[in-house]
Structures are given as C-alpha cells and as structure tokens.
Design a protein around this ligand. Structure first.
Ligand code: SF4
Length: 321
C-alpha cells in the first residue's frame, strides 16, 4: 500500500471516492471534517448561541452528522447547543430498533434526545396506517407527517434550526427526480443547503457535498454506532431508480454527483414558470404552518379517519423520506 498522499508518513488506508486521493485514516477524517467546516463557514449555516435540533434516525447519515457537528462545535468553538431529535413513526422491527441506537448516541455524544411519535401527534402509527391503506402510498403519509413532526419537535425543544443528514447522493437524486417530473418549483429550491426560512424553522444540510460512500467509510473506520436496516415499508420505486442511475454515473465519472448538484445550483427558474410561490400561513385545523387553508397532514388524517385515505392523497403529490 502506498503512503498517504497528505502526510506522506502513514500508509494510505483508502482511496477517496470523491477525488481518488489515497489517504491514511487520520488524514481522511481531517479532510472530510474540514470540508464540512468550510461549507458551514462559507454558507453561514449557523450563528453562535443557536440551538440546533439534529434530526436523528440512528442511520449512518444522521449518526455521522451528530459526530461531525459535535467534533466541529468543540474544535472551532461554534457555540451551538446541539440536541438530538428523533421521530418515532411507529414501525415495529425498524424504528423501535433504530431508536435504541439513537439512545446510545445520546450517551456517546452527550447530546440530549427528544423523541416525538406519530401516535402522540396524530393518533396513528405507520403500522396502523399501512394496515388501512396498504403499502402503495405509505411514504406519502409518512413523509408529510415526518416533516411536520420534525417542526413540532424542534419547536418543543426551542430549536432555532433543524439540521438533517442529507448527503450529496440524496441531493443529486432529488435534483434528478424533480427534473424528470418537470417540477420546476422544487427544482429551483431542492439543492439549497438551507430551506424553510419563509416561515417554518430553517432546515440545514451540512453534509450536502459529502458523498454517501465517504459517509459509510467515515462511520466504518471510526466504528460509529449506527443502524443499517431498511424500513419495512420502503418501496420508493422512483427514487430507487434515480439512486441506481446516479450510482452508475458515479462509477463512470465520480464527479457526476457534485456536478449534478452544482448544475442545479446554477439553474435560474423564471418567476412565472411552475407553481405560484406559496404564501406561508397556518392551518385552520391544527394551527401549524401551511400554505393552504388546511395543511396536508390534516387532509391525510381526515382521509384516514373517514376510512377514505385517497381523499388526502389526491392533493399531495410527493412522498419523502
Ligand atoms: Fe416512512 Fe421512509 Fe418507511 Fe416510507 S420508507 S414508510 S417514508 S420511514
């Protein structure tokens, strides 16, 4: 094995998928952490004293996010108050196990954990929803509920921002999907490192430029404690196809992932193309943020409670995880 291209002292332990450089573990950790730090500084992602809710699923992305942000917060004295926030969708054999991982992360990183469940917030678990609607539109319900649940949980703990573990591969997939769907409104904003400033809590994605393979390597070499089982109800056909396509692109040309994100960053969507910009307001039923009179979560709940789940689905086009 060659010497590390950076320190020239230790043996290289890996070849970085992002740029092919051969590094030892220590130089890889430092390179990746420094890149995330530079992204945070360049995009002014945080302000000193902010309370940041880290969306924590127990998976590799959110575990690496918690680890890196804890490290950088101490190393660069960001002055952030980090908190773990988990959403319990109520999926037996999946979320109950992954929540055990997050509880261990709470002790390992010394970050307080808050768990918000669909059952408490909406009166339904995902297991109960799937028992009623089957596995066709389950991710539509789950995505809408999770989005609101994260906002409600973050408000509960007094957070100023929500940070999620979305990585470069996730971003590239979303860009591609929105392009294929000709969803110009989402295409214009899906690449942003910070969203939701127009009303709800801002959401930030500090790992936006970090390749998934490098997140896996970082978690593996650091022996981080994370949960790697897929959700029991994870069909996600369209996103799965986009994911495979991007993996093939990456094989042929590793820069393809970053190039897709950077191409999207340069799109300029004309104001009169796509849907009109939504006006932030509040739902007349639950009082949470909504651009419509009744929010999507309430529409979906109404359909469930009437035993006619398609009532809400007709007006909600997107699934999300
Ligand atoms: Fe929810 Fe994701 Fe499972 Fe779909 S795949 S049901 S969005 S956790």
């Amino acid at each position: 094995m060659k010497l590390c291209a950076e320190c020239r002292e230790r043996r290289a332990a890996l070849r970085r998928p992002r740029n092919g450089s051969e590094l030892c573990k220590e130089c890889f950790y430092l390179a990746l952490e420094t890149e995330v730090h530079e992204t945070i500084v360049r995009t002014q992602l945080f302000r000193r004293g902010e309370r940041v809710a880290l969306g924590a699923s127990g998976g590799k992305d959110s575990t690496v996010l918690a680890h890196i942000l804890t490290t950088l917060n101490a190393r660069h004295d960001y002055g952030l108050d980090l908190q773990l926030l988990s959403i319990d969708e109520g999926i037996r054999g999946y979320r109950d196990d992954s929540l055990e991982t997050v509880k261990r992360n709470e002790r390992q990183y010394g970050i307080p954990l808050t768990v918000c469940s669909y059952k408490d917030l909406y009166g339904w678990t995902m297991d109960e929803i799937v028992a009623q609607i089957g596995t066709k539109n389950n991710c539509t319900f789950c995505g809408v509920f999770r989005r609101q649940a994260l906002d409600r949980g973050a408000a509960l703990i007094g957070a100023d921002k929500i940070a999620t573990g979305h990585n470069a591969d996730d971003m590239a997939e979303t860009v591609l999907l929105n392009f294929l769907r000709a969803d110009t409104a989402r295409l214009g904003r899906c690449h942003s490192i910070i969203t939701g400033q127009e009303g709800s809590l801002p959401r930030v994605k500090p790992l936006k430029y970090v390749y998934e393979k490098e997140i896996v390597m970082y978690a593996y070499f650091k022996n981080l404690d994370y949960f790697s089982t897929e959700c029991t109800y994870s069909p996600f056909a369209a996103r799965g196809l986009a994911r495979e396509f991007i993996k093939d692109l990456e094989l042929a040309r590793p820069r393809a992932i970053i190039d897709l994100i950077q191409a999207a960053e340069q799109f300029r969507i004309q104001g009169d193309v796509g849907r009109p910009p939504s006006q932030p307001g509040t739902c007349s039923r639950c009082g949470y943020l909504s651009s419509q009179k009744i929010c999507k979560a309430c529409l979906l709940l109404e359909g469930l409670e009437k035993g006619r789940p398609r009532l809400g689905i007709g007006r909600v086009k997107q699934g999300a995880a």
